[in-house]
Write a protein that binds this ligand. Structure first.
Ligand code: DO4
Ligand code: MG
Length: 274
């Protein structure tokens, strides 16, 4: 089941070939319900679909957004190269093989954009990339409720200069995109699930690549378990699970580019670069 946040509230997709409205919640929030799957399944028979579809907004309510890093070999290798002078040959390799994953704070609702809204590049950075990442919707009790697409926009020159600059490379206005909707399922995604990205510039494809969840070194459940150690999330949270796609060293995003990220079963998230 897929749910979408729109200007008039949440909608449940794929019902009789359309979308139906999800009733307003007593708590005011839908996406931190521990019983989200069962609740939505109970709505499916109920209503007739809307005519026409409203544009989806970022599918976030009051959650914090966190991210995991160096969960794919490709990310480890790219990071080791970009931070060689700062000693990255050692710490990125070590975190890739350590039991404890890299987890960092990524975004808040006001810094997060939805489909069609511009993501930003920092004005004080010269080397910027999108990071297409499977993103988990996690309940207050640490249950994985669903999946969406995340873009962990990153300033690679700032991050590569010194690991202590990571929050500046990762957290700024418009540095995170989520959407288009949330796939709510009660089982893990298949390991063959494909993740793809296309970056268009002036009508041509400037970069495209793909990977699958099979290439991810960590299990999503393991990342959630570490995130919730000694940390509580009364509104639940989103957790980006790391990138397995890194553009080549000479590539940087430019204003006017358009980024499209597709994950099997979830959809496509498209954002222009401001
Ligand atoms: O340590 C740097 C961040 C890693 C990251 O964001 C990723 O691997 O996706
Ligand atoms: Mg990332």
């Amino acid at each position: 089941m897929r749910i979408y946040r729109t200007e008039i509230g949440w909608e449940l997709g794929g019902v009789h070939g359309g979308r139906i409205p999800v009733p307003p919640q007593i708590s005011g929030r839908l996406t931190n319900r521990e019983d989200l799957y069962e609740y939505l399944a109970g709505l499916e028979g109920d209503a007739a679909p809307h005519s026409g579809e409203r544009a989806p907004l970022a599918p976030i309510e009051e959650q914090e957004v966190w991210a995991a890093g160096v969960t794919y070999f490709r990310s480890r290798t790219a990071r080791m190269a970009e931070s060689e002078a700062a000693g990255g040959m050692s710490f990125y390799d070590r975190v890739y093989t350590a039991a404890r994953p890299e987890l960092f704070f990524k975004s808040t609702p006001h810094r997060t954009v939805g489909p069609g809204a511009p993501v930003r590049i920092r004005r004080d950075s010269k080397w910027n990339v999108p990071e297409p990442e499977l993103t988990l919707l996690v309940s207050p009790n640490a249950k994985i409720l669903g999946y969406t697409i995340g873009n962990d926009m990153s300033s690679r020159d700032i991050e590569g200069e010194n690991p202590l600059y990571l929050p500046q490379a990762k957290v700024y206005d418009g540095s995170c995109a989520l959407g288009p909707g949330i796939l709510v399922v009660n089982e893990p995604l298949p390991s063959k699930t494909a993740i793809g990205i296309e970056i268009r510039r002036a009508g041509s494809i400037a970069f495209s690549d793909g990977t699958t969840l099979e290439a991810m070194k960590r299990d999503p459940a393991e990342l959630v378990e570490y995130l919730f150690r000694e940390n509580s999330f009364p509104n639940g949270c989103f957790l980006l699970t790391g990138t397995g796609i890194v553009p080549p060293h000479q590539f940087t995003l430019a204003s006017g580019d358009e980024i499209s990220i597709t994950i099997d079963g979830i959809g496509t998230l498209t954002n222009p670069v401001a």
